[in-house]
Design a protein around this ligand. Structure first.
Ligand code: LIP
Length: 277
């Protein structure tokens, strides 16, 4: 009589393998479209929360490609996409998609943008893929199986001995009031750390924490599609992710860092009010 626990584990493993394969191929195809198909005269197709929160035709084309590819292979799954994909599905799997994370960078022809695809099982992210075509790198993680850049395992950077030697990443929202509040946090933090980088893609920033290229990353105002895949990759690389003390990473605040640095930064960011406008 086969052991039911081993059967369940094998079935879960096979499911996660399938979700990863689907996410990798979808992200690859979208990345090729975005890298090779970017119109020379790319403009703004629409705006969302403010005049600087932009959508291009390529955001829409990328999300259509991704949802179409996944939908053909897994018709019972749900979707949550930045550009409007929204369905519950019946399988318990929901795909959380940012078709271009770093849209403003992509619009301006700057290289720091990514395709971010995560699979949730009953609300928990179990697979994450972030494709950064202009870097030639694809970051991936499956729950409990570690994090990788292409085929190389990655791990967070050891915590610096002092906060003053930490290299932080952050980002800013699209609303004037929020940007003013975020600038105040940066004003206080900047003299206390090694330096601050503003790359323009949360997914890449989270993967840079996973790869040890940033000591930490924090930002207020992220949407689920900005952080779902990258936060799993950071966690599987040994980093901690979270928000305010005792809370998960969310729109309110997202922080990712090595455990020792996380314990220093979380209360400091809370004290500085990085979680509110
Ligand atoms: C972006 C985030 C980034 C943030 C930008 C923007 P988008 O997502 O990845 O961290 O600082 O303001 O929200 O809009 O390019 O998908």
């Amino acid at each position: 009589m086969p052991d039911p626990l081993q059967t369940d584990a094998a079935q879960t493993g096979a499911l996660y393998d399938e979700l990863l394969d689907v996410a990798l191929e979808a992200a690859h195809r979208a990345g090729v479209l975005l890298r090779d198909g970017r119109p020379a005269d790319l403009g703004v197709a629409a705006t969302k929360s403010s005049p600087i929160d932009v959508v291009t035709e390529m955001d829409l084309a990328s999300e259509k490609l991704i949802t179409g590819f996944i939908g053909e292979r897994r018709p019972d799954d749900g979707f949550l996409g930045e550009e409007g994909a929204s369905s519950t599905g019946t399988s318990g799997i929901r795909w959380v998609i940012d078709p271009i994370d770093g849209t403003v960078n992509y619009l301006y022809g700057l290289p720091s943008w990514a395709v971010s695809i995560a699979a949730e099982q009953d609300g928990e992210v179990v697979v994450g893929v972030v494709a950064a075509p202009m870097r030639g790198e694809t970051y991936r993680a499956v729950l409990g199986r570690g994090a990788f850049s292409n085929d190389e395992p990655v791990h967070h950077r050891p915590a610096p001995p002092e906060l003053s030697q930490a290299l932080l990443g952050t980002g800013f929202g699209y609303l004037v009031e929020r940007r003013a509040a975020q600038a105040e946090v940066v004003r206080t933090l900047l003299p206390r750390v090694r330096d601050i980088r503003r790359g323009g893609s949360a997914a890449i920033d989270l993967c840079d924490v996973a790869c040890g290229r940033l000591d930490a990353y924090y930002e207020r105002g992220l949407n689920p599609w900005d952080l779902a895949a990258g936060a799993l990759i950071a966690r599987e690389a040994g980093a901690l992710t979270g928000g305010r003390p005792g809370r998960s990473a969310s729109h309110e605040l997202t922080l990712a860092a090595s455990p020792a640095l996380f314990e220093q930064l979380q209360p400091l960011l809370d004290e500085l009010g990085a979680w509110h406008d």
